[in-house]
Ligand binder design. Structure first.
Ligand code: FPP
Length: 257
């Protein structure tokens, strides 16, 4: 039977820059802002689309590495609501790559018990990409390994707006009283309330912005940035981020006793 991804209960040894480390504290939910595809291509005199294609390889590597190491939830910021404003051919290539990724990887992802979910305004996606995405979600819905959350046509503000719309329907139907609304009630209206808040958010390419990613779920996330461009981001880079994370002192606004 294929190994179960996302179920590593033993602390894992990793080698970073020649030194062996024990990973004792793993983030449960890792979010990644995969930035720098365009710059990667420009440096090589290639079209931006070549950068996205190369970025897809990093997606494969990082999904696999995350599952192997025992991360439970991985959210990849693959296409934002703002990305619709990019030139049409670029949007088209990104939709094509999404289809390509799911079609070529679905057998392996399923065999490795990866469960695919998506966050975002799925209805806005190009029809063929949407169909393949929904088929992949359906096929893997009972898998118990790594949960791969593809953020597509996603915006953190849009997610909160969509949650408020859902909440308003309950209010109008008198199924909810305004005074009962608290953080937990609103949280349950997010795209995937079963996914815990992000513990670690990684952003590649040297930028230090959240760019409308997981605004609600990032409330107490640790932020890790690296100058590495997304198409160059590999397993070692992920391990470096995890190593950095385990040395963070997470207080969630409290003081240590
Ligand atoms: C940001 O780099 C990247 C994106 C907008 C798209 C990310 C897409 C992929 C990694 C490939 C496909 C993904 C899946 C899940 C199949 P940028 O273009 O903004 O880079 P730049 O800032 O250097 O221009």
């Amino acid at each position: 039977m294929a190994p179960l991804l996302g179920y590593n209960t033993n602390p894992m040894k990793i080698v970073v820059d020649g030194a062996t480390h024990l990973l004792k504290q793993l983030p449960v939910h890792v979010g990644v802002i995969m930035d720098g595809n365009g710059r990667w291509a420009k440096k090589r005199g290639l079209p931006r689309t070549a950068g996205h294609r190369a970025g897809m390889k990093s997606v494969k590597t990082i999904v696999n590495a995350s599952g192997t190491i025992g991360i439970k939830y991985l959210t990849l910021y693959a296409f934002s609501v703002e990305n619709w404003l990019r030139p049409k051919p670029e949007v088209s290539i990104l939709m094509h790559l999404l289809r390509d990724y799911l079609m070529s990887e679905i057998d392996e992802l399923d065999a490795k018990r990866v469960k695919i979910i998506t966050s975002g305004r799925t209805n806005d996606l190009e029809a063929r990409a949407r169909t393949i995405l929904l088929d992949s979600i359906e096929r893997t819905k009972h898998n118990k390994g790594l949960v791969l959350n593809l953020a597509l046509s996603y915006g953190g503000k849009a997610e909160i707006v969509d949650a408020v719309k859902r909440l308003s329907r309950d209010l109008l139907a008198h199924a909810l009283k305004p005074e009962r609304i608290d953080e937990e009630v609103l949280r349950r209206c997010l795209y995937h309330p079963e996914v815990p808040d992000a513990d670690l958010i990684i952003r590649t390419s040297g930028e230090n912005r959240l760019s409308n990613f997981l605004l609600w779920q990032a409330a107490y996330a640790e932020f890790y940035t690296t100058d590495v461009l997304w198409p160059d981001f590999g397993e070692q880079d992920l391990h470096r981020a995890l190593l950095d994370y385990q040395n963070r002192d997470r207080r969630f606004g409290k003081v240590k006793p």
